[in-house]
Write a protein that binds this ligand. Structure first.
Ligand code: SF4
Ligand code: SF4
Length: 445
């Protein structure tokens, strides 16, 4: 399996403890911010809501509930800026500044909780994968009959440059992550849990190892024999080590088949923040309405890791980090620099899958003129899933999506490694994304 090595750019936030972001004055909740069907609003204009109130219900098996991240009043249900798809219907809520919670804070007794209870709580709490894909976690906890899961992998690789939010969470909340992992393992009936962390975060491995060591035995293996064995494993720092398929191959030497899923080979993978959200939902009844994101890059006086309410406009976060808007900004990206999405409207909100907001200057990422392919094959050597991006790119450039479809575009994890190494500056991942979109549209795949 191929990997590349990237400059990390993590120094500016790796020592920044997680801070609470200010409550937004107005929050925007896109009805589509997860993989699957958009959720259905259950509130109307004028309704008063609390922090954690259900405002939209999942529609179908692959969908997700949505909760308000502030207390206040619903002022609109309308087309609003969306950070990934441009515009989408959203519920807009104005804050009352009170942050009145809709759920009880005290910890629950979970000694007799069943696997079905855990899956139901995760579904009701609207938890999705917080590594970026935003796939509903409850679906992963309900594998189809006949699919036996033997290993739960917790993804703490955080291999994209700049991002340090998962790292800080592992350092600051190791015990909670382990407890969350145990809950997911219980829901899946799994005995082996592996937390994979790159070796540029050795102190996070130590923090988790130390938390495991300090836990009483009944945390590690409960009295009914339903416990699991959790271990933190060091991975080499390389990109895209945090891709699900890459992580599974590295840790278990198993390969997800083309067009298949991790559960086809007995695995479920969850990001560390997802696991932390499961812990909060099960122990405290807290729905997913906030997450940690890294705000970093150029022109920020105070880059930070911020515990941010879902729905907060990007602009408010950048202002809180001291962005100098007069500077020569080239791009603002939601997510990491390799897989993130450029932003054109800073009123767009943080969504559940937002891991970072990056401000990049011209010196970092100036557009370069695209040249002809010189058939150097670097893109093929760099591709972690064994694709031939150059051939796919040529076909897509010529609008021959029928030919492009023969190069398995749906195996592409959109890691951007091919375009990164291409000496001709060909925007290969954009061409692959275009191919996927065209094929989906015409149902040719
Ligand atoms: S973006 Fe897709 S084709 Fe390019 S290297 Fe990554 S997986 Fe391979
Ligand atoms: S890396 Fe760029 S120039 Fe080299 S073969 Fe791939 S597309 Fe062509």
């Amino acid at each position: 399996m191929n990997f590349i090595h990237l400059q990390e750019f993590k120094e500016s936030t790796r020592h920044s403890k997680i801070e609470k972001a200010a409550l937004p004055k107005k929050a925007i909740f896109a009805l589509s911010q997860h993989t699957g069907a958009p959720s259905d609003p259950v509130v109307n204009i004028g309704d008063v809501v609390k922090t954690g109130s259900l405002i939209a219900r999942s529609k179908g098996f692959i969908s997700s509930n949505l909760h308000s991240s502030i207390s206040g009043r619903v002022v609109a249900v309308e087309n609003s800026p969306h950070p990934i798809i441009g515009v989408f219907t959203a519920i807009v809520i104005e804050s009352d500044g009170q942050d009145i919670k809709a759920f009880s804070e005290p910890g629950r007794d979970i000694s007799n909780i069943s696997k079905e209870d855990i899956a139901n709580i995760v579904k009701e709490a609207g938890i999705v994968g917080l590594g970026g894909a935003a796939f509903p976690t409850s679906v992963k906890l309900n594998p189809p009959a006949g699919k036996k899961i033997d290993t739960l992998i917790i993804n703490g690789a955080e291999c994209e440059p700049f991002l340090t939010c998962d790292y800080r969470l592992m350092l600051e909340k190791p015990k909670e992550i382990i407890l969350g992992a145990r809950l997911i393992a219980k829901a899946l009936g799994v005995k082996d849990v592996i937390i994979g962390i790159e070796d540029n975060k050795l102190d996070a491995i130590e923090a988790l190892g130390s938390a495991l060591f300090r836990m009483p035995l009944d945390y590690a293996r409960d009295r009914k024999g339903e416990g699991c064995k959790v271990k933190a494993v060091k991975l080499r720092t390389r990109y895209p080590q945090g891709g699900e398929k890459q992580l599974i191959k590295t840790l278990l030497n198993r390969e997800v088949p083309s067009g298949g899923l991790p559960l086809d080979i007995g695995c479920v993978v969850n990001n560390v923040q997802t696991v932390f959200s499961v812990y909060e939902a099960v122990y405290f009844g807290k729905p997913l309405y906030e997450r940690v994101i890294t705000v970093s890059g150029s022109f920020l006086k105070k880059p930070k890791n911020l515990l941010t309410r879902i729905g907060t406009p990007i602009k408010e976060l950048l202002e809180s980090c001291g962005m100098d808007a007069r500077q020569d900004i080239y791009k603002i990206i939601m997510g990491g620099p390799m897989t993130g999405v450029a932003q054109y409207n800073l009123e767009a909100p943080v969504i559940k899958g937002t891991s970072g907001i990056l401000v990049l200057g011209k010196g970092f990422s100036a557009p370069s003129q695209e040249l002809d392919c010189i058939r150097c094959s670097r893109c093929i050597e760099a591709c972690p899933v064994g694709m031939m991006p150059c051939l796919l790119g040529v076909a897509a450039r010529k609008n021959r999506f029928d030919i492009a479809s023969t190069y398995n575009p749906f195996d592409c994890i959109e890691c951007g490694a091919c375009g990164y190494v291409c000496p001709s500056n060909i925007e290969l991942v954009q061409l692959i994304k275009l191919t996927k979109a065209k094929l989906k549209l015409h149902s040719l795949h």
